[in-house]
Design a protein around this ligand. Structure first.
Ligand code: C2E
Ligand code: MG
Ligand code: MG
Length: 673
């Protein structure tokens, strides 16, 4: 499915859902282990480096001595070694001893490498002597590393310790001589004083303790983090009313399910279950009782789902389900049962449920393989179900609506409009049409209404019914209203400058716009910057706007009037009675809805209502405009009733500005009909 309004609107929320979903425990646990490992390695490397540094100097000297013995031997032969005290032995290339002094205690199997850290000289091979010394290292190896030295100290008689004491741990150092044909292996005493050892132990203990504390802090931090994450994700995914999962969880899990490979050959049904008039129920009874009902319904719905299916209380009063099915017949039967179960769960209260359903059946592609769902937008699929639910919103009884081709087309069109709207505005594809309003007594032009048209190079010439409701839904309407006002103000100014007799032009302002507190100022500024007199602009509010925040509306109307604009109530009588609004709002014009002049409303009773409405408006000092008048007899009747203006096809249809110009007379002209 194409990315459209629905998915754009929910993008932000989805991003948050994903963020929570991705914060898994195992990441924290792995991280903890990695950090622990790094800490241990750092500790070990640090200690090794420290010990090597401590011993490096001493070993350096011994290696130097062995090297000079090697040089002497090469120059003077065995006699050259007489001046040295060290025990030694010389091996030929076969490994046979050529010469020696002292006892050969070298353990040839055990050897370690010593990298001369101080001078960075070549590496010498060092053989350990473990037989002739005061302390026997447990490991028997000679890396002169931390653990060996540490182990060695374990065998010291601690009670005899004083800082002058030392222990010997001699090494055998091998020097290649005579171009490597022979090897001189020299015994080097390695003496470690207790003072050095104690210092070393102190450093080791302090460092160890430091690392241990860091380690404990880290563990505590990780555990704390994991607990916080758990609490947070519980909160994020739990519905407070039912105690079950919520919308976020539904989206996250649903998306995960459909993206699985095994889901490709499955059929899914999305259900949006609306508890109709839930807020009225809460008003009549109480929120607590309402929530009790939601809980019972939720429990009933849970019983109707099987493993791998989802059910949540989605928003304040609508449930969301994702079911699996084999055949449409079977799932339709199941949905009927779900509706019955929900209705039965409300106890002695009779409540109405609307279920919107969208079937997402597995489909094969041209290769005969099941189409992958990995790119599908779960939320958009569920929105199809919610959308079908909207189509039965007016039904007073429980009902099920299935998503069909018409709805799919509507949805597709909505997405196309959404994608094209901004470019259309930038390229001025929207046109202002003017529908004149005439005085039925004099047949003179007294006003006009600006009505939008969309001349789209892609979709052709479109009337407002095709796109205005979509703009109202996606919020673009505010830009459109502003655009229309700007163009009307400029047109009026131009006509004035051309010397035409201008009449007030009314501009529709959507109820969505009334959320903007500075609306009146915006209108004043737009008209002001065109240089148009304010009395030539009238603002039309639809009747439905009067059901929003009345106080806010009243203040905007008053402000508009203060600035000198006329304000009218559009489509009066089309919806709910707005007599009350008439009482409170200081409006200038009342526009009678076209429905008064259609079919069955046209009888005597209809005429009485129209006549009385006009009379009432006159008493309230309001002008009246009758919309949608197409017949001569309607015009005559309205003239008799002193209706001020008629806006209908009888006189003129909405027309482009250049045609409308011809309807206006020039100053000083006699009005031509
Ligand atoms: P509306 O404001 O009530 O405009 C009157 C509608 O009645 C216009 O439809 C007009 O063409 C139609 N009409 C007038 N006389 C007759 C008649 O004798 N017979 C019939 N059958 N129809 C007649 P239109 O232009 O299609 O506009 C429809 C609605 O779209 C408007 O109703 C208004 O609510 C909305 N609209 C139009 N332009 C704008 C705009 O610029 N901004 C906003 N927010 N809404 C607009
Ligand atoms: Mg209007
Ligand atoms: Mg109207």
């Amino acid at each position: 499915m194409k990315k459209g309004i629905q998915s754009k609107i929910s993008e932000n929320r989805k991003y948050k859902n994903k963020a929570v979903k991705k914060s898994k425990y195992w990441v924290a646990i792995i991280l903890t282990f990695v950090m622990m490992l790094m800490l241990i390695i750092t500790f070990r490397v640090f200690m090794e480096t420290f010990i090597q540094y401590v011993f490096s100097d001493r070993l350096e000297e011994e290696i130097k001595e062995a090297e000079s013995m090697g040089t002497e031997y090469e120059i003077l032969g065995k006699d050259g070694l007489a001046v040295y005290d060290n025990d030694y032995f010389i091996l030929d290339s076969e490994g046979t001893t050529i010469a020696s002094r002292g006892k050969n205690t070298c353990n040839m199997k055990k050897k370690g490498k010593w990298t001369n850290m101080v001078s960075d000289k070549e590496v010498h091979i060092v053989y350990a002597d473990f037989t002739n010394k005061n302390v026997v290292p447990k490991g028997d190896s000679l890396n002169v590393g931390f653990w060996e030295i540490f182990d060695s100290t374990m065998d010291l008689n601690v009670s005899d310790w004083n800082t002058e004491q030392y222990f010997d741990s001699p090494l055998w150092i091998q020097i290649p001589v005579k171009d490597g044909e022979e090897r001189l292996i020299v015994k080097a005493p390695m003496r470690i004083y207790l003072s050095s050892l104690l210092m070393m132990i102190a450093v080791i203990l302090t460092t160890g303790l430091m690392f241990f504390v860091i380690f404990v802090i880290m563990i505590v931090f990780c555990i704390n983090n994991m607990l916080s994450y758990r609490r947070l994700s519980d909160l994020f995914f739990t519905n407070v009313v039912t105690g079950g999962k919520n919308h976020n969880w539904f989206i996250v899990n649903g998306s995960r399910i459909i993206k699985k490979h095994s889901s490709d050959k499955r059929n899914f049904a999305y259900l949006s279950i609306d508890v109709v008039k839930y807020s009225s129920f809460c008003l009549c009874h109480s929120v607590a009782e309402g929530e009790e009902i939601l809980r019972s319904v939720f429990t009933a719905l849970l019983k109707k789902k099987t493993g791998g299916e989802l059910c949540v209380l989605n928003n304040s009063s609508d449930f969301a389900m994702m079911l699996r099915y084999n055949s449409e017949e079977e799932i339709r039967e199941r949905i009927e049962k779900i509706l019955n179960a929900a209705s039965a769960a409300t106890g002695h209260y009779k409540m109405v449920f609307h279920i919107g359903v969208y079937f997402d059946a597995a489909k094969k592609n041209e290769n005969g393989k099941y189409r992958r769902r990995k790119d599908d937008d779960f939320e958009a699929l569920f929105n199809n179900a919610a959308m079908s639910c909207h189509t039965i919103a007016d039904k007073p009884v429980s009902a099920i609506a299935y998503y069909d081709d018409d709805l799919a087309e509507e949805n597709r069109w909505e997405n196309l409009v959404f994608e094209a709207q901004q470019e259309a505005l930038d390229k001025e594809e929207f046109l202002v049409y003017y529908q004149p309003k005439y005085d039925p007594n004099t047949n003179k032009l007294r006003g006009a209404e600006a009505l939008i048209r969309w001349q789209s190079p892609k979709y052709g010439f479109l009337t407002p019914g095709k796109f205005i409701p979509i703009f109202e839904k996606n919020g673009f309407i505010t830009k459109i209203d502003r655009y229309m006002l700007e163009h009307v103000a400029k047109d009026q100014k131009r006509w004035l400058d051309e010397g035409r007799e201008c009449v007030p032009v009314s501009v529709n302002v959507s109820r969505v716009h009334f959320a903007e507190k500075d609306l009146a100022d915006q209108i004043r500024d737009i008209v002001g910057s065109a240089g148009t007199p304010r009395e030539l602009i009238e603002i039309e509010l639809t009747e439905s706007a009067f059901f929003d925040d009345k106080r806010e509306l009243l203040s905007i109307i008053k402000q508009l009037k203060d600035y000198g604009f006329m304000v009218s109530m559009d489509d009066f009588g089309s919806g709910y009675s707005s007599l009350n609004s008439l009482k409170d709002m200081p409006l200038d014009v009342l526009k009678l809805d076209a429905e008064f002049f259609r079919g069955e409303n046209e009888g005597d009773r209809g005429r009485i209502i129209v006549a009385e409405t006009i009379r009432m408006a006159r008493s309230l000092h309001m002008l009246t405009v009758a919309e949608g008048v197409e017949e001569k007899n309607q015009v005559d009747f309205l003239a008799e009733q002193h209706c001020d203006m008629i806006q209908g096809f009888y006189f003129a249809r909405p027309m482009p500005s250049y045609d409308y110009e011809n309807k206006m007379s020039m100053k000083g002209d006699v009005q031509a009909d």
